[in-house]
Design a protein around this ligand. Structure first.
Ligand code: GLU
Length: 306
């Protein structure tokens, strides 16, 4: 049996957009007889108390997960072992570039913005030794392709850049792209459902999964929630977390109903939604969520039951 997952970063409260992605990940996993795992991505950006609040909000949505919650901060040995294996194969190199160095470096014609230009790829040992005196090194993957194609349930075949991306940051923390691939591989995740802001990371991750001998998961990058200005929904947009909504008298059941309605699913319960869930009929446009008072003058955000 395969598994899907939700992998929040415990940087603060989840908002309706995050909760909607979590519900979708759960629906995708449960409707395909997969396990559903919960993994807290707390290698950085962890804020005290945020994990407990996020898990309780996810449970309030009616979501359940299999097994214990896994925390990345407790898995350093797994990331170190993966890095050792890559190092032994000659697939890592030290990089001393600052963001500025990368921005200022001449890039190959037609290179996608942010593509690492390869500055440190060919340094001699003497050059590296000199640079180590100046600043700690990050480790990059020595890649052999320029791009890689993944298949996404909502986006079809998606080809994206695979540059020599960072796998260990220069502060010693495993990079997101490494941790996520190692965890998905070891946890037997064969279905990755997450926000479509991460679609462009999928080719790098799939390429690394292949290098590490893991299967490449099925992907579904789902549309994000946007505010009334078309920008990514954020907590400052008003009543968008369960705590903020509760203060307005809107409970978790009502919040879940609004999310399910936005997906075109029955709103009575999460199980009713599961029974009706068909990936092919999901809306593919972003969910525009507006919290301005509606025309009826109830003071409640548009979309809320009055
Ligand atoms: N932790 C990431 C986030 O909260 C998600 C990573 C993933 O699903 O691959 O944005």
């Amino acid at each position: 049996m395969g598994a899907g997952r939700f992998a929040p970063s415990p940087s603060g409260d989840l908002h309706l957009g995050n909760l909607r992605t979590a519900i979708l990940a759960w629906l995708f996993a449960r409707s395909t007889e997969r396990k559903f795992l919960m993994r807290v991505e707390d290698l950085d950006r962890a804020r005290a108390g945020a994990e407990a609040q996020q898990l309780s909000d996810l449970a309030a949505m009616g979501l359940s997960w299999d097994g214990e919650v896994v925390r990345q901060s407790e898995r350093s040995n797994l990331y170190a072992a993966a890095l050792d294996g890559l190092r032994d194969r000659g697939l890592l190199y030290e990089c001393f570039c600052t963001r500025r160095d990368i921005a200022d470096a001449p890039s190959a014609p037609h290179a996608a913005p942010g593509t690492y230009p390869g500055t440190c790829r060919g340094l001699t040992e003497a050059e590296r030794a000199a640079k180590r005196e100046m600043r700690p090194a990050a480790l990059r993957l020595r890649t052999e392709v320029g791009s890689f194609t993944v298949t996404d349930e909502l986006h079809g075949a998606y080809t994206g850049v695979v540059d020599d991306f960072v796998v260990l940051r220069n502060d010693g923390v495993p990079a997101y792209n490494l941790a996520v691939v190692v965890d998905d591989g070891i946890q037997g995740i064969d279905q990755v459902v997450r926000g479509d802001d991460l679609l462009s990371s999928a080719p790098r991750q799939a390429y690394l999964a292949k290098l590490l001998g893991y299967g490449i998961p099925a992907y579904a990058h789902v549309p994000l929630a946007l505010n009334s200005e078309g920008k990514r929904l954020a907590k400052r947009d008003g009543a968008v977390t369960l705590a903020q909504l509760a203060a307005e008298g809107i409970d978790a059941d009502a919040a879940r109903a609004v999310i399910l309605a936005s997906l075109g699913l029955p709103t009575s319960s999460i199980d009713a939604a599961l029974a009706a869930f068909r990936p092919a009929s999901l809306p593919t446009d972003p969910w525009v969520f507006t919290t301005s008072p509606d025309a009826r003058g109830t003071g409640k955000p548009i979309g809320w039951p009055s």
